[in-house]
Ligand binder design. Structure first.
Ligand code: GMT
Length: 375
């Protein structure tokens, strides 16, 4: 099939997932055309059957806000027509679903029918999408999509609660390439961070308010009192300075390392003992799944769809949002004993296999095939 993929090219989970999906589809022989405003972060090597079309957004002195959505819809029309695409798969509703609707209508006038699959990822519904500034357009364009998918049952339910959606929303979970993430730790890397064999706790996110990263620091503060340990942060974003400041105020700054945005996540997960995810909301929590595929148990909140990924007492533990005390106790329970930690690691890894790339990609292909006349 010839598939167009539209996503955010940055470090967010939706962009990562869309890029991994496109590359996996290309490996299976499909032609995949990415239409984005910059090269997606995980699309950093030549992959046969993958094409990248950059959306150019010309500026003009009149524009305080260059009309990205218009440029995107025009790019979609161009790529679909000239590459004879079978369908368009947009990730994250805003503004991709409405740009896709515009492209679809333009192409209809030329006698071209392009099916649109919209995948909802989380904040496009729960945070940004439900804001009145965007909600009428978001609801309309989701309803106009030919197929709607959500990355968890929780997000499916949240979408029905938030908008008047008249169509079926199909759930296709986030996925992980278990083989890629199941790595041996690089000893040299581990020694730099934890020279005396300390436990390594890890948090990776875009440091937005929704992640409550200060709770990660507070959990670690309790853990390091009892167990020699280090805290590693991956990613960057608006809350990072506050997080660093909290570490300094608590006197634990030297036990915390910030490595910023990283691409080789599999090497980082491989050296970790525990992943902390303290979010106010996660539709799914892709980073938690990647941790589990790397044999790293998870202590998280029970918000949103996290309970569909992190299984209480099996792959880690969950607590209410903001309940630092319980999260610290549970982290200590996992980390204080090698046998317990080992058992959690194995169970986390086993559970991650349910979300392996080989299981999930065919679910998207099944949707695509509904629209492909020649396949
Ligand atoms: O987590 C973020 O803030 C980024 C966001 C995105 O859209 O890039 O992630 C969302 O999509 C991921 C992939 O489907 C999910 O695993 C994340 O849970 C979800 N984030 C939230 O719901 C906050």
């Amino acid at each position: 099939m010839r598939i167009g993929i539209v996503c955010y090219p940055t470090y967010g989970g939706s962009g990562v997932l869309a890029t991994e999906l496109g590359q996996a589809l290309a490996q299976k022989g499909h032609d995949v055309h990415f239409i984005t405003y910059q090269q997606p972060v995980r699309l950093n090597a030549f992959v046969p059957n993958v094409y990248y079309h950059e959306v150019q957004v010309p500026t003009y002195p009149l524009f305080d806000f260059p009309p990205y959505e218009t440029a995107l819809a025009s790019a979609m029309v161009d790529v679909i027509k000239n590459n004879n695409l079978d369908l368009l798969h947009v990730h994250y509703a805003i503004p991709h679903a409405s740009a896709a609707y515009m492209a679809k209508k333009i192409l209809q006038q030329e006698g071209i029918e392009i099916p649109v699959v919209t995948t909802l990822h989380g904040t496009d519904i729960t945070l940004v999408g439900k804001d009145k500034t965007y909600s009428p357009v978001v609801a309309f364009s989701i309803n106009e999509s030919d197929v709607i998918t959500a990355v968890s049952n929780n997000l499916r339910e949240e979408t029905y609660k938030t908008f008047n959606i008249k169509k079926e929303i199909e759930v296709i979970y986030n996925f992980v390439d278990v083989e890629r993430f199941n790595r041996k730790p690089l000893d040299a890397f581990k020694k730099v961070l934890a020279p005396n064999g300390e436990r390594i706790l890890l948090h990776a996110s875009n440091f937005r308010k929704v992640k409550r990263v200060q709770d990660v620091v507070n959990v670690f503060y309790e853990v390091q009192k009892e167990i020699p340990s280090k805290l590693l942060f991956v990613g960057d974003g608006p809350e990072r300075q506050h997080v660093e400041e909290l570490g300094r105020n608590l006197g634990i700054a030297e036990k915390m390392t910030f490595v910023g945005k990283q691409e080789q996540m599999e090497d980082i997960f491989a050296i970790a003992d525990l992943f902390l995810l303290t979010s106010d909301y996660e539709s799914f929590g892709l980073a938690a799944l990647e941790a589990m595929a790397s044999k790293v148990p998870v202590v998280s909140t029970n918000a949103g769809g996290l309970g569909e990924v992190n299984i209480e007492g099996e792959t880690g533990f969950m607590a209410d949002v903001g309940d630092v005390k319980t999260m610290s106790e549970k982290a200590l329970e996992i980390l204080s004993n090698d046998d317990t930690l080992g058992a959690f690691k194995e169970r986390a890894f086993k559970h991650a296999q349910q979300f392996n790339i080989d299981t999930i990609i065919p679910q998207y292909e099944e949707i695509y095939r509904r629209f492909c006349k020649d396949c």
